[in-house]
Write a protein that binds this ligand. Structure first.
Ligand code: AMP
Ligand code: ZN
Length: 479
């Protein structure tokens, strides 16, 4: 069965409605989008980067549609407790103690690592990276609004959201308040009116990152209120898209909806999108298993961060993705094939202007159609590889090659961002590729296809590969 979707209209899966919907921006031609960013207590691992690569893909796909995107990703630098809910210690402070460093210095260190990783991964910078600690007044104002409207209550210097005051609580995650309250997942906290209520503001004289506000001298925000307040500041109370990893659905995003809708009496977000977790060796990435990988670990084994980018982007964001070294090597090889394809198209085009090519138009349409179908990147890439295979098999004339090159560099790479113009490795041929080209040249000569044989020799020469005919056969080395 084929799914008929107009090529230009983006269809995206909404966690809230559990359906794929036609995307309609609130303001014509513009999109406001917020992503839950890293908690900056440790350098983000490659699993976190699956979520951030997804955010980047989404932005680029929206831009390919001609939409103007305003993108915001927060940095959580206070208030994210070790159990994701209201109990446990602040992750920042636990780590700062372990590293014997001031938590404020830790924020700086990890944020710098994060930004350098984003650059290495070819992730376009968001327009704003608000930090929680720099938006305390906005959070206080929102908590005051919730208190004023009877959605929140104070117990000493702690303030909780009353989930029973918001009938839609649970709609995003499919949780029901009665089941949550009966469930063993929630720690019983005697202070709260109901076990499912969550903290908006906490107070603790031992907390290092704390503020003196209208709520008392030793306060700090709950993790959920941070994203409600910061998204509103940069995108307004009602905006288009909010994303995160699958673990953000509950409690984090469920609580954000409750806070924002109740504080503003307005709808909050139209489209909620979530990435599936990156797994490692078929299971969870966890410190105790020793399988938490950083970008550096990949680079140490000779992989480019763009190989990881390609590994992530070639599978669907809602599908399971299991990280293995073999899978990464496979992605690196496929990326190399695309780079070789680009090099070959450049050589074939030889400066000729792009001309009409039915093959390229077909690939372009298939690529865009696949992306519009809930960002089906694997189908989009299949269209690119089909064009590559056709070109290798049948060849393209110079103007068609130029148009294929434009498609590859302007359309495909504007969305996937897998070619690195700065990286010489990107233009280098792999050994296997060199040998395949040499074999192809030998066959071309055997069948007296001198033009092809010369073209291959030129391509190899351009990449610094020197061929030597010796009595014992053909040898090659890099210049
Ligand atoms: P955190 O630093 O824990 O606040 O997480 C930052 C982002 O990474 C959140 O959107 C998480 O949902 C996401 N995330 C965490 N672990 C993974 C994983 N293994 N795969 C994909 N996303 C993840
Ligand atoms: Zn968030």
């Amino acid at each position: 069965m084929t799914c008929i979707i107009p090529a230009m209209e983006l269809h995206l899966y909404n966690t809230l409605t559990r359906r794929i919907e036609a995307f309609e921006p609130l303001t014509e031609g513009k999109v406001g989008m917020y992503h839950c960013g890293p908690t900056v207590y440790q350098r983000p691992h490659i699993g976190n980067y699956r979520a951030f690569l997804f955010a980047d893909l989404l932005r680029r796909a929206l831009e390919l549609q001609g939409l103007e995107v305003l993108q915001v990703m927060n940095l959580t630098d206070v208030g994210h407790l070790t159990d994701d809910a209201d109990d446990g210690e602040d992750k920042m402070e636990v780590q700062a103690r372990k590293d014997k460093i001031d938590p404020w210095k830790l924020v700086e260190r990890v944020s710098a690592q994060f930004f350098s990783d984003l650059e290495a991964l070819g992730i376009k910078p968001a327009h704003h990276y608000p930090r929680a600690t720099e938006h305390i007044p906005e959070m206080v104002e929102m908590v005051e609004a919730l208190l004023g409207k009877g959605h929140a209550y104070r117990v000493g210097d702690n303030i909780y959201f009353d989930v029973h005051s918001f009938p839609a609580y649970g709609r995003l995650s499919g949780n029901r308040i009665d089941e949550l309250e009966a469930g063993a997942r929630l720690e019983v906290n005697d202070e709260k009116k109901h076990p499912a209520d969550f903290a908006l503001w906490k107070s603790d004289p031992h907390h290092i990152m704390k503020w003196n506000t209208a709520f008392g001298p030793n306060g700090f925000p709950g993790w959920h209120i941070e994203c409600s307040a910061m998204s509103q500041k940069y995108l307004g109370p009602h905006f288009d898209i909010h994303t995160g990893g699958e673990d953000n659905v509950f409690p984090h995003h469920e609580c954000e909806i409750a806070q924002s809708v109740c504080a503003n009496d307005k709808p909050f977000v139209n489209l909620w999108m979530h990435t599936r977790f990156l797994q490692v060796d078929g299971g969870k990435m966890s410190k105790s298993l020793g399988n938490v990988y950083l970008l550096d670990d990949l680079e140490e084994k000779g992989f480019s961060p763009l190989d990881f980018r390609f590994l992530v982007l070639r599978s669907h964001y809602r599908g399971q993705l299991n990280f293995t070294w073999e899978a990464l090597a496979g992605a690196a090889e496929a990326r190399r094939n695309l780079r070789d394809f680009r090099g070959r198209l450049g050589a074939q085009a030889g400066g000729t202007p792009p001309g009409e090519s039915a093959r390229v138009v077909q690939a372009d349409q298939a690529f865009r159609r696949a992306l519009s179908d809930d960002l089906n990147t694997s189908a989009a890439l299949a269209a690119v590889f089909e064009l590559r295979n056709y070109t290798l098999r049948e060849g393209l004339d110079a103007s068609a090659a130029a148009s294929a090159l434009a498609f590859l560099e302007e359309t495909v790479d504007s969305v996937l961002g897998i070619f690195d113009p700065e990286d010489a490795r990107d233009d280098a041929l792999s050994d296997a590729r060199v040998e395949a080209l040499i074999r192809e040249r030998t066959e071309a000569r055997a069948s007296k296809d001198w033009a092809r044989a010369d073209e291959i020799r030129d391509e190899l020469q351009a990449k610094g590969i020197v061929l030597e005919d010796r009595p014992d056969g053909l040898h090659w080395h890099r210049n």
